[in-house]
Design a protein around this ligand. Structure first.
Ligand SMILES: Nc1ncnc2c1ncn2[C@@H]1O[C@H](COP(=O)(O)OP(=O)(O)O)[C@@H](O)[C@H]1O
Ligand SMILES: [Mg+2]
Length: 452
């Protein structure tokens, strides 16, 4: 371990000081780049934060470049929520090793990671206040010319001062968007908070908005975003903060949109959504619909069994629909009785045939259904006329919910709400008589299986 040696580089009358000025104190943190210490500036008489590039990195020019970039970036920034730059220097040890230092204003308070570590959940109001303050900082950074992207927004780089204001630290990953930014850009960021496009080496201001969203979800749920369930690359956090206001959820969905082109792109847009005035935003939110139900709803008689590689859904016949069915059959029978005197021996078989066909086809509404999806093949068994179907699982495109009246039965009668499994372009209708939450549940588990 290389602990700081305070004897070196003594100042004129003050021994043990770097550059004759800075005293190194307690270690505040140790990250990918190196260590950060609390320190004291004897020239100005105020505490400072001193970051030292790790020795392992001090021979790696890429790391030195990033470190110097951090110093340069900080020097050019001027915002009360960003620690101001004090000094940057390197010293050479007797054995020839070089140590790099960056000195900045000391921010009093705790990091938001400390709050998580102390099990302090943030309230919804505090979350909105936090977002407001970080958006303010991002507006400043992104509004610079050229824009500055922080690239590592996360709880340990955001601090809460005793007066309740938020400060952003750690500009070690910062990128100044400019003519050189496309060349040799280093991939930085932290798993879970980093936006997909940033992982692919293409960082934009909206990447910081994504990381802010992941940070807020972490603060509100205490689940690290890397451990949250994902659905089609999208973090599923809605079920964990159901009591949060709609506008906050809309904001989080909008900034956590994985496809950068569909994400909330700018701070003003983010503010509009957060304030609840952003009703017109997006296909994104509209398309997402209510979150999927992945747990069995209490009281449902549907049976779902998930074995490795095989999903079986058993939907018993709906007793309500069975009653409708028999009532309809009796009504029809009575109507037939009424027209019986008009029948001839030729039209009689037609009438009976039509009645029988109706009963057989309408049986789809009351037939129990078994759906089995295996890795290669699937089978749906609907205990009704033409109700059995086997096919290739890879041909299953999606499972959709049809609302009541969206489709017609026998060309004219509106169909009740149900589920449709799409085998390519062929619809397989089932799930009549389920409740809305059961339809979403079956859709959720089947989609989960189809998307891996
Ligand atoms: N200016 C500062 N004032 C007070 N504490 C700071 C300051 N900068 C960093 N820290 C503390 O030191 C920790 C590590 O510093 P940081 O710049 O984030 O380096 P790393 O690259 O190691 O993450 C931070 O999480 C924070 O607790
Ligand atoms: Mg950090």
């Amino acid at each position: 371990m290389h602990e700081p040696i305070l004897e070196e580089n003594p100042g004129p009358g003050e021994p043990n000081l770097f550059r004759g000025r800075f005293k190194l104190g307690k270690k505040l943190g140790e990250g990918g780049q190196g260590k950060t210490y609390r320190g004291f500036d004897h020239e100005t008489g105020v505490p400072v934060a001193i970051k030292e590039l790790g020795l392992d990195f001090a021979e790696n020019w890429k790391a030195i470049e990033l470190f110097e970039r951090e110093g340069r970036a900080l020097r050019n920034l001027d915002h009360e929520a960003i620690p101001s730059y004090v000094d940057a220097f390197h010293i050479e040890e007797d054995d020839g090793t070089v140590r790099f230092f960056l000195v900045q204003e000391f921010v009093e308070g705790t990091t938001f990671q400390d709050l998580i570590d102390r099990d302090e959940l943030i309230t919804t109001e505090a979350a909105v206040d936090f977002i407001d303050q970080v958006l303010e900082i991002l507006e400043y950074l992104h509004g610079l010319n050229p824009p500055v992207i922080h690239r590592d927004i996360k709880p340990s780089n955001l601090m809460l001062r005793p007066d309740g204001t938020v400060a952003l630290v750690d500009f070690g990953a910062v990128q100044v968007v400019g003519p050189h930014s496309l060349m040799g850009s280093t991939i930085v960021g932290t798993s879970g908070y980093v936006a997909p496009e940033q992982l692919a080496g293409r960082t934009v201001p909206a990447s910081d908005l994504y990381a802010l969203g992941a940070t807020v979800v972490h603060l509100m749920t205490h689940i690290h975003p890397a451990d949250l369930p994902m659905e089609r690359m999208r973090l599923r956090f809605e079920d964990l903060i159901i009591e949060a206001p709609k506008a906050l959820i809309a904001f989080l969905r909008g900034v956590l949109e994985p496809v950068v082109e569909d994400r909330i792109a700018t701070v003003p847009e983010a503010r509009r959504i957060l304030s609840g005035k952003g009703g017109t935003y997006l296909p994104v939110i509209a398309d997402t619909g209510p979150p999927p139900v992945l747990e069995r709803p209490v009281g449902s008689s549907i049976e779902v069994s998930q074995q490795p590689g095989q999903l079986t859904v058993w939907i018993p016949a709906s007793s309500r629909y069975r009653a409708y069915y028999w009532v309809a059959a009796l009504v029809l029978l009575a109507a037939m009785g009424a027209v019986l005197p008009l029948m001839t021996s030729k039209t009689m078989p037609l009438l009976i045939g039509a009645f029988g066909a109706f009963l057989l086809v309408a049986k789809i509404f009351i037939s129990p259904t078994r759906l089995v999806i295996e890795p290669d093949t699937f089978a749906i068994n609907r205990h009704t006329l033409n109700g059995n179907r086997r096919g290739w699982t890879e041909d299953l495109v999606d499972i959709e919910i049809r609302e009541a009246g969206e489709e017609k039965f026998l060309l004219c009668m509106p169909m009740p709400a149900h589920l449709v499994m799409m085998e390519g372009v062929y619809p397989l209708h089932f799930g009549f008589g389920l409740t809305a939450v059961e339809r979403r549940w079956v859709q959720g588990v089947v989609r989960h299986r189809l998307t891996g």
